[in-house]
Design a protein around this ligand. Structure first.
Ligand code: 1GP
Length: 253
């Protein structure tokens, strides 16, 4: 099953999912094996592996460790065309449509295309939208783009619609890793009303309450990175929040 098929069928059933972001550049800073095992214990649906800056060749080893410890699918979340690792399952082919940097709209994709074609990876064309998270994030600096204003849901909705009309299959709203303020529920709801594709939301989701708000506003999949590194209790909280949505969905079937 491709990631997209899985997300679409879960969406049709009203089911929600959560993913744990494993940043290759921080792998030295926490107990990687333990984080992976705990994520599996709390039934994380996916691992996202990637980030804006990767300063060492660790992705392959990270994925090998994940494979040894769990069966959770691994999705690459690349910062640029250097970040392709064929041993993953899927790759989010991000077009940064909130920005006006041609390199991240199409340039890196041209460089990566022949490698991607040969990689055997399940590739998901993704409308990637950065939303102002109240603090300068690495991704806004590295991408050299202005994020979408957090209080302009109408602009976000039109951007997401354009992405879908261009053929992008997944919409990813990201306040940036370590955002002070996550993507606002009103903005998620406006995008939810504007597109049919599954919606991923990440950045600054560091509590069960924020997870609930994002999912309740229409996110299908939430992505959590920093919060899990900083607060070991967050994983069971996320699992509970997602399970509460999913038990409602099975009651309603
Ligand atoms: C992935 O940027 C997120 O989209 C992860 O952000 O590290 O703040 O959870 P956090």
């Amino acid at each position: 099953h491709s990631l997209l098929t899985t997300l679409i069928s879960r969406r049709e059933q009203g089911r929600k999912s959560f993913a744990v972001l494993l940043d290759p550049d921080k792998v030295e800073q926490y107990d990687f094996d333990q984080t992976v095992s705990r994520a599996a214990q709390h039934q994380a649906d996916f691992f996202l592996v990637g980030g804006s800056l990767i300063t060492d060749y660790v992705q392959r080893d990270m994925i090998a460790t994940i494979r040894r410890l769990t069966q959770i699918p691994v999705i690459l979340f690349p910062g640029n065309s250097l970040h392709i690792e064929p041993s993953a399952d899927s790759l989010l082919l991000l077009s940064l449509i909130s920005g006006r940097n041609p390199e991240l709209l199409i340039g890196q994709h041209v460089i990566a295309a022949p490698l991607l074609k040969r990689s055997g990876l399940d590739i998901i064309p993704t409308a990637y939208m950065l939303v102002d998270g109240g603090v300068p994030t690495t991704v806004s600096y590295i991408s050299n783009t202005t994020p979408l204003p957090h209080d302009k849901p109408g602009v976000a909705a039109c951007t997401a619609m354009a992405g879908e009309l261009l053929g992008l299959r997944l919409t990813y709203l990201d306040a940036g890793s370590g955002a002070r303020r996550p993507v606002p529920p009103a903005l998620i709801a406006a995008v939810r009303a504007a597109v049919d594709s599954p919606i991923v939301v990440g950045g600054g989701i560091n509590s069960g309450e924020r997870a609930y708000e994002a999912l309740n506003a229409g996110a299908d999949l939430i992505v959590v990175g920093n919060g899990i590194e900083q607060n070991p209790d967050l994983l069971p909280e996320l699992a509970n929040v997602v399970a509460s949505f999913n038990s409602l969905s099975s009651v309603n079937q």
